[in-house]
Design a protein around this ligand. Sequence first.
Ligand code: FAD
Length: 461
Amino acid sequence: MVMGEIPEEVDLAVVGGGVGGYIAAIRGAELGMRVALVEKEKLGGHCLNYACIPSKTLIHISDIYYDALHSERFGISTGSISIDPKRMYDWRMSVSKKLEDGVAFLCKSNQIDVFKGTGTFISKSSIQISDGVELKFKKAVIATGSTPTVLNGFGINGKDIMDYKQALMLDYIPKSIAIIGAGYVAVEIGTLYAKLGSAVSIIARSDVLSKFDREAVSIIKKRMAALGIKIYANAEAKSYENKALKLGDGTQITAELVVVAIGLVPYTDALGLENAGVKTDGKGFITVDRRLCTSADNIFAVGDVIGEPLLAHKAMRQGVVAAEAAYGKDVAYDNLVVPAVIFSDPEIAIAGSIENLDGITVKKFPLSALGRGIALGETEGFAKIAYDADNVVKGVELVSPDANAMIAEAALAIEMGSTLEDIADTIHPHPTFSESIQEVAEAALGRPIHFFYGAFGGKTP
Ligand SMILES: Cc1cc2nc3c(=O)[nH]c(=O)nc-3n(C[C@H](O)[C@H](O)[C@H](O)COP(=O)(O)OP(=O)(O)OC[C@H]3O[C@@H](n4cnc5c(N)ncnc54)[C@H](O)[C@@H]3O)c2cc1C
């Protein structure tokens, strides 16, 4: 236990101190509940220590390095530039530590009792913590997250076969990396190491980002090819020996390092769910109702452990809802959209759906017609908007620099039931990539400004 006395019984016990868990704990404390938080590793969980924050920290560093080497077209010649991977590693680790310490500070400030150890339910009202403490509770929130899917024949050894956590903690830049898996984690890790100088291969069972809009993905693939990333589509990794990765068709790829990134599975090891009457589905995700309540009426669950989408901001929102529901507020997790961002080059960001469904129209505006895009030499990308017969916005997709920040506007628009007119008539700052959202809304209304659709027979090019 980190602080305070061992409480006889808490109002709210939270198991898992990741973004879902620590936010549930803080919200519970704000509501006046006595809260205990149990974490077996590091406060901040995977997001702050091993996943979102470290990957975006390293992506930022790789962008600076790569741009410094490739800005001749703007008249910038840099001469010799080098990168010190040990200092890069130190920065990456210091960022996580700072955030972890920040979470500890917030817990202390909110008088949350933090227990270090593995929490196991021994009943519907008590948790055994690995250091021997038994914690009694009225309500509980489970926020134990997910863990990387294992691949038979590719045991993680932390040396030349790694999972995503280890691949984001290197203090050297590998000469060659083969990434097994082709989701957003593989694309982000592959792109960042390619920018740092590694020869990167991606082994895709079907294709990279197979669940995403092919038009968006084709732009990303073009950029990946320019970085020298080799994509082996419809391929299967069979074995790895003496720095050679063998595929099903006999192809051999030289790789100093293999990274297994084939997905995530819910993490409920040692939780003792059966002792508390908490049920899971066929895939091992904990099942919950709209209030995020599990099959045990005093136990709630949030984040990756309850299923897709496995995203930090979804876990954060659910943390707030679960704490309020546990307190007794009449709340539900009923968000219309969970925006998603792939930090590829350029970024892809999506809110809602841009599928061509019945009654839905999709319009596109290209970055090649945007002042900001031309100024930065970033003209390969677009904004797409999907809307219904009443012009209500149903989805937005951006392939663009700054897409990560811009997609929040789209999420808000959809949550508020905004129409095309709401977006088109809102003044967007100039010159920014955010204007692409306004431009595409104007185009959808039949009054485009900076792109002449007539040149394409009035159609979206
Ligand atoms: C490489 C990578 C990059 C990502 N990037 C992004 C991104 O940019 N944006 C985004 O939104 N999402 C991203 N994600 C997904 C994001 O990391 C997860 O969705 C998020 O961490 C889920 O939060 P959580 O609170 O559910 O679980 P976690 O963050 O996994 O936290 C769970 C915590 O519970 C603890 N725990 C587990 N069992 C017990 C127990 N029995 N007792 C005590 N403690 C326990 C664990 O130690 C852990 O700290 C990324 C994922 C990966 C793999």
